[in-house]
Write a protein that binds this ligand. Structure first.
Ligand SMILES: Cc1cc2nc3c(=O)[nH]c(=O)nc-3n(C[C@H](O)[C@H](O)[C@H](O)COP(=O)(O)OP(=O)(O)OC[C@H]3O[C@@H](n4cnc5c(N)ncnc54)[C@H](O)[C@@H]3O)c2cc1C
Length: 480
């Protein structure tokens, strides 16, 4: 639909960013009765998918093996008991406790709890529109036992397919730079590319954080984060986030912190959609099975402080503070021979297998005397960890930045707040939302939060549009 005079496209709902959060919003908006829904995406079509296309895991509450069996792809349904290996469920209470234990204090507890409470129904909603799960290969203790079938790449392929089947349109090469309210209460969205100019009854912001913006990183995270390597796409530069703040949106969460994890040193400056397998191969999360030291040969992190999917972000952050911004994970043959290490470890060209700790230190430039003393302290301490069976595998690791924590303040219904109150017709979902993490991060919650809030945002945006046009929303389920 176009207003002929200025050739401004008029939409009921415009979503900014075609990651998992944005596409969940788009799908929900169409399901709730909106008929003209566009997603504006900065990347070209061949590089679509966002950081969501590099992922693998969603963390959700569940009870009973039939729930998991229903999520599994056909080929694995019969194996559900074997996959669960004695696990019978993960309650809302356990989920919320895990999240709140590691995330730090500067968070919106009510928002987190509301996301957790809606995780089961949102996973079912995703299953119903076509998402499928598969067993996790080489699970580490505490891992969610199933992962998205085909990983984030397939998650996104299925999201795009469903959105387009329902009648949604994606505009590529269309980076949003700002927006303003029109006299009649709609949103005029600015940017460069084929989608513009466009006016929306309701606007959903889902363009992630400012992780890929060197200047904003330096300003908010500090000088040492200027040159960090990105685990994700170079498109998340934060322009819509900055525009929302300028528009009057409230901010939330810790703008000085970010999600980082230990990565193989082959990590390039950034990753692109289509590189999911390479990205998964670079993860170095098996550190609880070994010992982590810095170049000075000193341990600087409690490897046994919890399941790695609850502590890996803390380790990523600490690596950035070590001399040379590098660390070394060391395993002995008990671990390697048991086949406990994920594949990426074994094929890492920067790793070395050596017959003694001294040789490993010498070959990788670690202070050998300090390291020997550190291992001796380890063996005489109360921990059962032992590095006593050669050969030893030394794996150098760096910090990879995933996403920034600071973002917009939203209600559990994904309404963006301004001056403490919801701003009419403006919603946000995904990493652009602040208040979910302050320090640590429980693995699999980013996609889950994006799906819950994306669904809520899309449903509410459609209803807002239909109401503003004098009609009634078609669907009764409230996702907020
Ligand atoms: C390698 C890697 C692995 C990860 N693994 C997991 C995992 O297993 N589980 C998990 O829960 N989380 C994981 N995460 C975190 C994960 O990325 C987030 O939880 C989730 O994917 C974020 O979704 P999103 O839609 O907010 O952002 P994205 O998927 O990044 O989508 C944002 C989109 O907005 C677009 N965009 C940016 N700026 C603009 C603009 N100005 N105009 C228009 N479009 C714009 C981008 O191009 C992008 O397509 C991982 C991240 C990375 C990098």
């Amino acid at each position: 639909m176009h207003s002929g005079q200025n050739d401004v496209a008029e939409r009921q709902v415009v979503v900014v960013g075609a990651g998992n959060a944005g596409l969940c919003a788009g799908i929900a908006a169409l399901q709730a009765g909106a008929t003209s829904v566009s997603v504006l995406e900065a990347a070209p079509k061949e590089l679509r998918g966002g950081n969501s296309s590099l992922t693998r895991t969603m963390r959700f509450s569940w009870q009973g093996s039939p729930f998991i069996a229903a999520l599994l792809r056909e080929a694995d349904k019969d194996r559900v008991e074997e996959i669960l290996d004695g696990r019978s469920g993960y309650s809302d209470e356990q989920y919320a406790a895990d999240w709140l234990r590691v995330c730090g204090d500067q968070v919106d507890v009510a928002l987190i709890e509301s996301i957790v409470r809606r995780s089961t129904e949102t996973i079912t909603w995703m299953r119903d529109f076509g998402q499928r799960w598969a067993p996790r290969p080489t699970p580490l203790p505490g891992d969610v036992p199933i992962v998205l079938d085909g990983g984030g790449q397939s998650l996104q392929d299925r999201n795009f397919a469903r959105f387009e089947q329902l009648g949604g349109t994606v505009f590529y090469d269309s980076a949003v730079t700002g927006f303003e309210k029109t006299a009649d209460g709609r949103y005029l969205v600015h940017g460069s590319g084929p989608a513009f100019p466009v006016i929306a009854d309701a606007l959903v912001l889902a363009s992630a954080g400012f992780e890929a913006n060197t200047g904003l990183r330096e300003r908010h995270l500090g000088e040492e984060w200027r040159d960090v390597k990105l685990r994700g796409v170079p498109f998340n530069e934060g322009a819509p986030l900055a525009a929302a703040v300028e528009f009057g949106a409230d901010t939330a969460g810790n703008w000085e912190k970010c999600h980082t994890t230990p990565q193989g040193i082959e990590l390039p400056d950034y990753m692109l959609p289509g590189q999911m397998h390479k990205s998964h191969g670079l993860a170095r999360y098996a550190f609880p099975l070994g010992v982590v030291v810095n170049r000075e040969g000193r341990r600087f992190f409690d490897e046994d402080g919890g399941y790695s999917n609850l502590t890996y972000v803390t380790l990523g952050q600490k690596i950035q503070e070590q001399p040379g911004r590098i660390a070394f994970q060391i395993f002995d043959d008990k671990v390697v021979s048991a086949g406990s290490l994920p594949n990426g470890y074994l094929g890492d060209p920067a790793s070395v297998t050596v017959s003694s700790i001294e040789e490993g230190a010498r070959r990788l430039g670690i202070d050998a005397a300090n390291l020997a003393a550190e291992i001796e302290r380890l063996h005489s301490g109360s921990t059962e960890k032992r590095l006593d069976t050669p050969p030893f595998l030394f794996v150098p690791v760096v910090c990879g930045l995933t996403f920034t924590y600071g973002g917009l303040s939203v209600s559990p219904g994904a309404e963006v707040r301004g001056g403490g109150e919801p701003i009419d017709g403006l919603y946000a979902a995904g990493v652009i939302v602040g208040g979910l993490y302050d320090q640590g991060y429980p693995g699999g919650t980013g996609l889950m939060a994006g799906a819950v809030l994306g669904r809520a945002a899309g449903t509410s945006a459609a209803r807002h549009s239909i109401r503003s046009r004098g009609g009634e929303a078609r669907v009764g389920t409230v996702a907020g």
